[in-house]
Ligand binder design. Structure first.
Ligand code: 0PR
Length: 363
């Protein structure tokens, strides 16, 4: 702790220098986050001090959270879905498995989960004492459905499907998983943290949501393709009372029970998330997604012309290539566990950026 506080000017000159050390989005091709939409920023600033952890103090903000869940439920073909705003996919995935564990009490619980799942499930299973039974991916990097039934046993409490995988942008056959979940009377959680705000806006969206009766819950992140400010995630559940399984008593708050994982929770990014959806509307989101998908196709064609073949043909805007070529100077790309180059065509990644990247990597 400094004994004497800094002058504002000195402090902000220090902060500006630190901020300049950060990388600039104009060259980031590795991130599932993006530059927030100006509408999200404007709404965020209006709700800066709101805390959804004590909703009785902020009834207006709390009603925006319910509206956000209603919008997302509607988008996922189930307006009556329950849910709440989380800090992102990690919290949503932890909470989904917490519900599954509370619903089916067994001695040594396990969850049948795709090999391609995000590492947040490792955290969830570690915290909750759940064993992970991993199902391999097929050649298209979607979960091999023929392996799922064999992995299920009497201690299985849930199945997980991925709608827009982190590394390859693939959507599992959620319809087939939902059928198995119904037959086996199992909880099915769909991780659509990335794809949940892409798939509904594609011209021919694969089924992945509550339209499938077997789907129990869905994770979706407005702070990824929803262009919201951070942190903005959401967990949606088919029956609102499923969240009640997580309730603990909160005697001195304005509400007497709480099912969320975080206590103090920002209202600002929730307002930001809702503001973007309402400002864009379906038409606006379809246009953004169409642009991202067009850039993804252009990047894949351009890379293949340069001799870098695609690893798979993605369902959403994540492109992967069979090469260990380093990123050209100044560009940030990432690498999958299997060693493929990975590029995410987020809204901040413009057509001009793709063309420049292709020129730079071709040299
Ligand atoms: N589920 C899926 C399918 C995800 O892709 C991610 C994150 C999560 C869950 C977890 O979400 P939170 O990180 O919001 O809790 N996927 C990105 C990834 O691991 C997160 C990310 C974003 C990483 C921006 C880096 C970055 O610059 O790639």
């Amino acid at each position: 702790m400094l004994n004497k506080g800094l002058a504002e000017e000195e402090l902000f000159s220090f902060l500006s220098k630190k901020r300049e050390e950060d990388l600039c989005h104009s060259h980031i091709l590795s991130s599932m986050c993006t530059v927030p939409h100006p509408i999200a920023v404007k709404a965020h600033l209006m709700f800066m001090e709101t805390n959804l952890g004590d909703p009785g103090l902020f009834p207006g903000t709390a009603s925006l959270e319910r509206l956000l869940i209603e919008r997302l439920g509607d988008l996922f073909h189930h307006r009556e879905a329950g849910g709440y705003a989380t800090s992102g996919g990690t919290e949503s995935n932890i909470q989904a498995l917490r519900i599954a564990k509370a619903q089916k009490k067994v001695d040594k619980p396990n969850v049948v989960i795709p090999e391609t799942s995000h590492f947040s499930f490792k955290k969830a299973c570690d915290i909750l004492g759940i064993q992970m039974k991993t199902v391999p991916a097929d050649r298209s990097m979607r979960t091999d459905i023929s392996e799922v039934s064999d992995a299920i046993d009497k201690n299985t409490i849930a199945l997980v499907g991925i709608a827009g995988s982190t590394e390859y942008g693939m959507v599992d056959d959620i319809g087939a998983l939902a059928t198995i979940a119904e037959e086996e009377d199992l909880y099915l959680h769909v991780d659509a943290a990335f794809g949940g705000l892409v798939i509904p806006f594609l011209p021919n969206p694969p089924a992945f949501d509550f339209a499938l009766p077997g789907v129990s819950s869905i994770a979706v992140d407005p702070h990824k393709m929803g262009m919201s400010t951070l942190p903005a995630g959401a967990l949606l559940v088919r029956e609102p009372q499923m969240l009640g399984l997580l309730n603990i008593d909160t005697p001195y708050l304005t509400v007497k029970q709480e099912y969320t994982l975080a206590g103090t929770r920002p209202g600002a990014s929730v307002a930001g998330a809702l503001a973007v959806l309402d400002y864009m509307g379906r038409d606006g989101m379809e246009a953004v997604v169409a642009g991202c998908m067009k850039n993804t196709s252009r990047l894949i064609r351009g890379m293949e012309t340069l001799g870098f073949p695609r690893a798979v043909t993605p369902d959403v805007n994540v492109a992967t290539f069979i090469t260990n070529h380093p990123a050209p100077k100044n560009w940030v790309v990432s690498q999958t566990r299997r060693g493929h180059m990975r590029i995410i065509c987020m809204p901040h990644v413009t057509a001009d950026m793709i063309e420049q990247f292709l020129i730079d990597i071709g040299e």
